[in-house]
Design a protein around this ligand. Sequence first.
Ligand SMILES: NS(=O)(=O)c1ccc(NCc2ccco2)c([N+](=O)[O-])c1
Ligand SMILES: [Zn+2]
Length: 262
Amino acid sequence: MTGDQWGYGKEDGPSAWHINYPVALGNRQSPIDIVPDETTLDRDLGPIFLDYDSCTSINISNNGHSVVVEFVDSDDRSMIRGGPLDNPYRLKQFHFHWGEKGHEGSEHTVAGLGYASELHLVHWNAVKYRSFTDAASAPDGLAVLGIFLETGDDHRWLHLITDVLFMVKYKDSVTDFKGFNPKCLLPNRLHYWTYLGSLTTPPLHESVTWILLKEPIVVSDKQLGMFRMLLFNGEEEDERKKMENNFRPPQPLNGREVRSSN
Ligand SMILES: NS(=O)(=O)c1ccc(NCc2ccco2)c([N+](=O)[O-])c1
Ligand SMILES: [Zn+2]
């Protein structure tokens, strides 16, 4: 099986990924269900810092699995540091996972409950590794900041993204997307849970320090509906498959500790 032949359908979905990616059955897979009462409050866990002010977004694209905004990651202009991280990590991209209805669509769940969507801001350890690809297969290579999206009022800045989604309707479409600072997508408080896990899509590398913000951001159902106009398929394909339910269900915790900032 060459390249990206995995998906979220019945035949190629999460329950089949282990066939081509045996690490799917590994012991530090993501996402997980977070049970707040079973997390460990760790007073040594400091705050996280997000230095995104001089970040440089490049483009927005549809990779056939999600919609992705890529950033310049050839220097330390947009970084996450602090919290559980021993080094600062460089922002590489962010993307979303969502459902077809409001009550599910996130990858991580909290006490068994899913949110409508989940935003992943993906960072890599450029202190220890020479490239994102090298970092992506190292146990301390990646740090992904996860933000839950719940439905309610319109999000005043998310429309900057939903307004351009029509440009990347089909798989492998891409368009310029400059000057976007993802700081506008953060909730008010940066309290978080953190644990050691993996990429949530193939190749499912067990290389991610997950940092999940406890406070969701609020977006409208209309804005989320715009994501569902994206398609999994390319323009040349006959079958049109709406891009929705692009989330992996929770995986076994296998005794891992989930720590909580205050
Ligand atoms: N849902 S996630 O944040 O865990 C995630 C999953 C896969 C990939 N990429 C797939 C990959 C990595 C190395 C080679 O190919 C990314 N990413 O690239 O940011 C993020
Ligand atoms: Zn993701």
